[in-house]
Design a protein around this ligand. Structure first.
Ligand code: HEM
Length: 511
């Protein structure tokens, strides 16, 4: 082919150049999204957007650096998918609470395995409303109170395990200690399963939970979906979770379900049972039953939960509860080891209020300084770094135009470290949350469990478990740093969950 009569280019090369030009036009058009809305933000790289920052720095550091530079509302790109990052408390309040009806859904930025479309965390519209209203009663204070004996049993194993691991003054890897405790607690409170992963760190539940959560974003389907969001209708199965591990949990849940069907009515009082009660035998079966069309709230209620929904939600609870709660405990122990004054004050409170009594739901929720300490740990090391909503229709948020479908993400850590709201924000200081100071905390600047009607459904369970475990640990041990303790701990940037990169080694001295 002749170009302007000057030189000739083979047609195959011309074809390639045209395709490249079209692809470039596509990505440039996509990435002009925020320019069209007049929203500031860093310049994206064609196709990748800001994915290279996510991979290199992780969400936490990327969000904090960009917030410093572009303010509390700016646009970024996950591949070619626009994401508005917000840290303005007023905008957050509007989105999570006041304008919730316009932001009911979480974006399916990348549509992972179709199986999870039936999970309460992923479901949208009336399907979410139905699942949330069916599952919420499981986490009432009364249900939590009734679970005290189950957690108490797991605490006995935690203390026994801590004794063994710390024998001879050895450093204890706290992620391992608390990972096993959290797994035992989820299994018994959620599924009535008595596993003792604390005596057996190679327990398949622990191993598979770790495997399942080892999220990999380096696969071709994932990158294609980020670069060409339109293809997501066709690319529905993006295997970022480890399928072998998910299959393990599917089998474990199926066998727990089979046990229930043979058990006497009233034998179980956990959330698996609640789902079974809401389950309809002639509902759909199998993962294919996931929701592609919205039936409407009343029709869902009438239909009850399907097999696919029971399974997807059981597994979601496993996964949502494991890393979050165990990392909260890991960082709480680090904060106590590096702040002996706080640890001393907390032990005094525990001794005065509990003495030698075992921690229970009621007695730990009465401990003010424990609550302050847990909150400050959650501020500094929020296990979840971002929370997201999607506009279900065109709207505005505090004057900013938000088109339907836009992913609006709140950078939790940027908020938690913002010196406008938190004086000396790098300092661990539980007194920020004292009854006298609490009222001075700017609303919607502390969001470890999210906010509004779609906040964390498991918050009460997580706080109960964490508070009972800290109280039991301080009744039995002094937590100290060891030569292996990394101060400050490096954070694993490759995960959306805040966890130490190199483990958390501390010493536990028996009291
Ligand atoms: C320290 C522990 C935990 C932390 C920090 C945490 C944090 C969060 C956050 C930030 C969200 C998003 C909220 C929002 O978008 O506004 C969330 C949602 C969720 N969490 Fe948790 N979580 C924890 C423990 C748990 C536990 C123990 C469970 C279950 C047993 C759980 C189940 C869920 C579910 C199912 C959702 C989605 C709720 C919905 O979409 O309706 N989480 N969590």
């Amino acid at each position: 082919m002749e170009v302007s009569g000057l030189f000739s280019v083979p047609s195959w090369l011309m074809g390639i150049l045209v395709v490249i030009a079209l692809l470039l036009m596509y990505t440039i058009h996509k990435q002009r999204y925020f320019k069209r809305l007049e929203i500031p933000g860093p310049t994206p790289i064609p196709f990748l957007g800001h994915l290279h920052h996510v991979i290199r720095k992780g969400f936490q550091d990327m969000d904090m650096e960009m917030t410093q530079k572009y303010g509390n509302c700016f646009g970024t790109f996950f591949g070619n998918i626009p994401q508005l990052i917000v840290t303005d408390p007023e905008m957050i309040k509007q989105m999570l609470v006041r304008q919730f009806s316009e932001f009911t859904d979480r974006p399916r930025t990348i549509r992972f395995t179709k199986f999870f479309d039936s999970a309460v965390s992923v479901a949208q519209g009336d399907h979410w409303k139905f699942l949330r209203s069916t599952l919420s009663p499981t986490f009432s204070s009364n249900k939590m109170r009734n679970m005290t004996p189950l957690i108490s049993k797991c605490l006995d194993s935690l203390i026994k395990n801590a004794m063994t691991m710390s024998e001879g003054g050895k450093s204890v890897e706290m992620m391992e200690l608390f990972g096993a405790f959290t797994m035992d607690a989820i299994c018994c409170t959620g599924f009535g399963l008595q596993i003792d992963s604390q005596s057996n760190p190679d327990d398949p539940f622990i191993q598979n939970a770790k495997k399942a959560l080892n999220i990999s974003v380096g696969n071709v389907k994932f990158l294609l979906a980020a670069m060409f969001p339109e293809l997501q209708t066709f690319i529905r199965e993006i295997p970022i979770l480890n399928q072998e591990a998910i299959d393990f949990f599917i089998q474990a849940t199926k066998s727990a379900l089979a046990d229930r069907r043979e058990a006497q009515p009233g034998s179980y009082n956990d959330f698996l049972q609640l789902m079974i009660n809401a389950h309809k035998e002639d509902g759909g079966t199998g993962a294919e039953d996931s929701q592609d069309k919205d039936l409407g709230f009343d029709a869902y209620k009438k239909r009850g939960m399907t097999d696919a929904e029971v399974l997807a939600n059981a597994i979601t609870f496993f996964l949502a509860a494991f890393d979050t709660t165990s990392n909260l405990l890991t960082f709480a122990s680090y904060c106590l080891a590096t702040n002996q004054d706080v640890q001393g004050r907390l032990r005094t409170e525990i001794n005065e209020e509990l003495g030698k009594s075992k921690p229970t739901y009621d007695n730990v929720f009465n401990l003010t300084y424990l609550d302050m300490t847990v909150n400050e740990t959650l501020r500094m090391y929020s296990p979840i770094q971002r929370l997201s909503r999607m506009a279900v229709r065109d709207t505005t948020l505090c004057g900013v135009k938000i088109p339907k479908g836009l992913d609006v993400s709140v950078s939790i850590q940027s908020l938690h470290y913002d010196t406008k709201y938190w004086e000396n924000s790098q300092k661990f200081d539980p007194d920020r949350f004292s009854p006298e100071n609490k009222d001075r905390i700017h609303p919607f600047t502390f969001l470890p469990f999210g906010g509004g009607p779609r906040n964390c459904i498991g918050m009460r369970l997580a706080l109960m478990e964490a508070k009972m475990a800290i109280a039991a640990l301080l009744q039995n041990f002094r937590i100290l740093t060891s030569p292996e303790t990394e101060i400050p701990p490096k954070i694993d940037k490759k995960r959306g969950i805040t966890r130490p990169l190199n483990g958390m080694y501390l010493r536990l001295e028996s009291l």
